[in-house]
Design a protein around this ligand. Structure first.
Ligand code: SF4
Ligand code: SF4
Length: 64
């Protein structure tokens, strides 16, 4: 269940240093989450660390 970043992303960089797995990287137009690396922060935090720091609320935890 990775986090997904939608096209509202303004490339502000706020989420990148929050990720303990280096899962957030620049895509073709905006930042994207590498689903192979995102663990929802399991083992590091109780909840995804990236979502609360996003100023435009464009990060969503996808439920599978
Ligand atoms: S939920 Fe955690 S591991 Fe996944 S992208 Fe966000 S900060 Fe990284
Ligand atoms: S914090 Fe939100 S707006 Fe900023 S780069 Fe990350 S996903 Fe994009």
């Amino acid at each position: 269940m990775p986090v997904v970043i939608d096209s509202d992303c303004i490339n502000c960089d706020m989420c990148v240093p929050e990720c303990p797995n280096d899962a957030i990287e620049m895509g073709s137009a905006h930042y994207v989450v590498n689903a192979d690396k995102c663990t929802e922060c399991e083992g590091f935090y109780d909840e995804p660390a990236c979502i609360p720091v996003c100023p435009v609320d464009c990060m969503t935890l996808v439920q599978e």
